[in-house]
Design a protein around this ligand. Structure first.
Ligand code: NAD
Ligand code: UDP
Length: 329
């Protein structure tokens, strides 16, 4: 069988690096692309020795040139943590809009299949629960999270337009909160924030009263779902996530129990437009892809906690990323 050549944007990030591993394991030739704005080369360092891995340090909002054949594109480049996208709002809008446009143009030129990483944030602060793909969402376009949510909604629209107008072979996944090794401990998302606080012996910062819910999916389950969606022939959006819903307060209790630590909870103001509830309806993924998550939160949390604990302690104390920006960004 001919070796498939796959481009993964956002390759040095949390999900992108796990996708690189998966496509290498499938025997593909993988091109990772990243401008390292929120990613880290350490996530893909182990791949550089392989003959079937190449890396391009490139900003996907600029024209993308890839010589030779390309079979698949997985467009995962984008800040994903609220504190990241609040600090770089214009780059977030640009990577969702211009970056997606460039990836679609490349897919069209190469006759490649493209899968784009959308998000449960397209549902905003949802008024329908659990969220089915048919729900159009409740997004505040001019609120702080709008830069991410609307970029992803535009991403979905332009992807469908390339599919219907140019016949590009497209897939759209709506990813719900995913966690696991290679997240940045200081990226501000709930799970790494809480684990970092436990490891440093600090109070756990719960925003609001902690009654808001999320449904956390372990990374290996997510990658399997993405792989199956790419291999399917379904063009409309598909939710991929774990429907096991939990309040943030209960989540901190699980982390404290797992770690054996006795840190206190410190309540902080709820960020603007923070969704009150979130749980994927995964009927479509089950029916179309035969997929459902296999790894319980208990198992996934243990693997993730052990991973962060095994990092050198100076990693636990790293400050959040500061971003260099200019007027165009
Ligand atoms: P991440 O921040 O770890 O990775 C994103 C990667 O994209 C980083 O390596 C970053 O440097 C790169 N990047 C950003 N802008 C770029 C640009 N202009 N050009 C090239 N590279 C660029 O985040 P993640 O959690 O791995 O998320 C990956 C994708 O999955 C994102 O598109 C995100 O919206 C989506 N997603 C993730 C989750 C989740 O729970 N992790 C949930 C929903 C959607
Ligand atoms: N959160 C929290 N404490 C933190 C970080 C996050 O209570 O230190 C809350 C946040 O307000 C949200 C939930 O945890 O309700 C999940 O936040 P995250 O940033 O992980 O992702 P989101 O699902 O909001 O995109």
């Amino acid at each position: 069988m001919e070796q498939k050549r796959v481009l993964i944007t956002g390759a040095a990030g949390f999900l992108g690096s796990h996708l690189c591993d998966r496509f290498i394991k499938e025997g593909c030739s993988v091109i990772g692309m990243d401008n390292l704005i929120t990613g880290d080369m350490d996530n893909i360092q182990h791949l550089f020795k392989l003959p079937n891995f190449e890396f391009y340090n490139h900003d996907v909002t600029k024209f993308i040139h890839i010589p030779g054949q390309l079979d698949h594109i997985l467009h995962f480049a984008s800040p994903a943590s609220p504190i990241d996208y609040l600090k770089i709002p214009i780059q977030t809008l640009k990577v969702g809009a211009l970056g997606t446009h460039n990836c679609l143009g490349l897919a069209k030129a190469k006759n490649a299949r493209i899968l784009v990483a959308s998000t449960s944030e397209v549902y905003g602060d949802p008024l329908v629960h659990p969220q089915t793909e048919e729900y159009w969402g409740n997004v505040n376009p001019v609120g702080p999270r709008g830069v991410y949510d609307e970029a992803k909604r535009y991403m979905e629209s332009i992807t469908m337009a390339y599919h219907t107008f140019h016949n590009v072979d497209t897939r759209i996944t709506r990813i719900f909160n995913t966690y696991g090794p290679r997240m940045r401990l200081n990226d501000g998302r709930a799970l790494p924030a809480f684990i970092g606080q436990v490891l440093r012996g600090e109070d756990l910062t719960v925003y609001g009263d902690g009654s808001q819910t999320r449904s956390f999916c372990y990374v290996d389950d997510l990658i399997e779902g993405i792989y199956r969606l790419l291999m399917s022939d379904y063009n409309l959006p598909v939710n991929i996530g774990n429907p096991d819903e939990i309040s943030l307060l209960q989540f901190t209790e699980e982390i404290l129990e797992l770690s054996g630590h006795t840190s206190k909870i410190s309540f902080k103001p709820l960020p603007v437009d923070d969704p009150k509830q979130r749980r994927p309806d995964i009927t479509k993924a089950k029916q179309l892809l035969g997929w459902e998550p296999k790894i319980s939160r208990k198992e996934g949390l243990k693997i993730t906690f052990d991973y962060f604990k095994s990092l050198p302690p100076d990693e636990w104390h790293k400050q959040p990323k500061e971003f260099i920006s200019n007027k165009a960004d």
